[in-house]
Design a protein around this ligand. Structure first.
Ligand SMILES: *Cc1c(COP(=O)(O)O)cnc(C)c1O
Length: 390
């Protein structure tokens, strides 16, 4: 059982392929092909007419990609899912399927920076307006919704981990006839299943926890047959960000261990967050389980959080003294990572680079991997001692 509120039969997900057609292999084969041939004219014309559903060309349908999509749809409690070559491909194809010039969307203010930049460039060019809201302020969200086409959520948010009452926000969107979508990369379906909370569409950077091994860049969106069908027919084939068969195969592999990985990330990260909070030199720890009670529907926490150092720590020395925590972006893999806020704030000349996403120059973002709590804590303690300026 994955989630107390709405159990998923994880065992049924582990066998995600037609064993009879795969030499009874325990792992499905990778159908690494760009096209599929037809036995006859009649078969080809039947496929073109849609009388039979079978792969024609991998940008449209590929069995390995389909195996991943079906697993993810089940995990999120959706009727269907669609895989993409990256999380950003999932975000752009989803958003662009629901807006036209003159429309407006409502988005949470600290959403993933490249989603924010997509809104500030392409949507702007399309004359689609974006209203940013603090997702914790339900009154502000309710005020922004009338007349909008899409409510774009991310909870908890990327750097400062603002956690929202996703079910309440979805209900507000429904009341105003607004399609709601959430980036669920942080919690994964193990700790948050937004479709069961009333959100219309859930998307992921599968490069993070779904893959879990830092060897694939991919994305996915799940929801009702109708809404996924709309994305499949409007933006997906023409923007062309198709998930590759090999990457889908890696994701199927990654999903098998998702529940135990998430529990291990949760336990280590929470313990390290608590120990950091107890240190004099640490100012604030931004971890949803420390900030407040978890909002309804968020049943656990992952390995990604941030904190701010008080004056007295040289952040450059801290970063350079770490041995297990590597300096690197992304997260969700087996390895522990650190990103100093002051480095991100120096990222040059991105569109809308004045927007800080809540990032403070004294902050550090940690991804707590699977190396083990005590060795990771020793690494942090040693680096803090070495970086103390007193
Ligand atoms: C990484 C990330 C994305 C983008 O995903 P890519 O696979 O890198 O395109 C989107 N949302 C969140 C929260 C992310 O961390």
């Amino acid at each position: 059982m994955i989630n107390g509120a709405d159990p998923v039969d994880f065992a049924s997900l582990i066998v995600a392929h037609d064993e009879a057609n795969a030499f009874e292999a325990v792992v499905p084969p990778i159908v690494q092909t760009s096209l599929f041939t037809f036995g006859s004219y009649d078969e080809m014309v039947a496929a073109y007419r849609g009388e039979i559903v079978r792969p024609i060309y991998t940008r449209g349908l590929n069995p390995t990609v389909r195996a991943f999509e079906e697993m993810l749809a089940k995990l999120e409690g959706g009727e269907d899912a669609l895989g993409f070559a990256s999380g950003m491909a999932a975000i752009s194809s989803t958003v662009l399927s629901f807006v036209e010039p003159g429309d407006r969307i409502v988005a949470v203010r600290h959403c993933y920076p490249d989603a924010f930049r997509l809104f500030g460039t392409h949507l702007k060019r399309m004359k689609v307006e974006v209203t940013y809201v603090d997702g914790r302020d339900e009154e502000a969200v309710a005020k922004a919704l009338p007349g909008a086409k899409l409510l774009y959520l991310e909870s908890p948010t990327s750097w400062v981990m603002e956690a929202h009452d996703v079910g309440a926000l979805a209900a507000l969107a429904k009341k105003h006839g607004v399609v709601s979508v959430i980036d669920n990369s942080w919690a994964s379906p193990i700790f948050q299943r937004p479709l069961t909370l009333g959100v219309d569409l859930v998307l992921h950077s599968a490069s993070k926890y779904l893959g879990g091994h830092s060897d694939v860049v991919a994305g996915v969106v799940a929801g009702s047959k109708e809404l996924i069908g709309r994305i499949r027919s409007e933006a997906y084939p023409y923007l062309g960000g198709k998930l590759s068969p090999f990457d889908a195969w890696l994701l199927v592999r990654g999903l098998r261990t998702l529940p135990i990985r998430m529990k291990a990330h949760e336990a280590s990260a929470l313990e390290i967050a608590k120990r950091l909070q107890a240190l004099e030199i640490v100012d604030t720890v931004f971890h949803p389980a420390l900030a407040n009670r978890l909002p309804p529907g968020l049943t656990g926490t992952s390995g990604l959080f941030s904190f701010t150092f008080r004056e007295g720590i040289d952040i450059r020395a801290f970063a350079d003294h770490l041995k297990l925590f590597k300096l690197g972006v992304s997260w969700g893999g087996h390895e522990s990572l650190i990103v100093p806020g002051e480095v991100v704030l120096q990222q040059k000349a991105q569109p809308n680079s004045a927007h800080s996403f809540g990032i403070d120059a004294r902050s550090v973002r940690l991804h707590v991997g699977l190396e083990g709590t005590e060795v990771l804590w020793s690494d942090l303690e040693a680096a803090i001692t070495a970086a103390s300026e007193a």
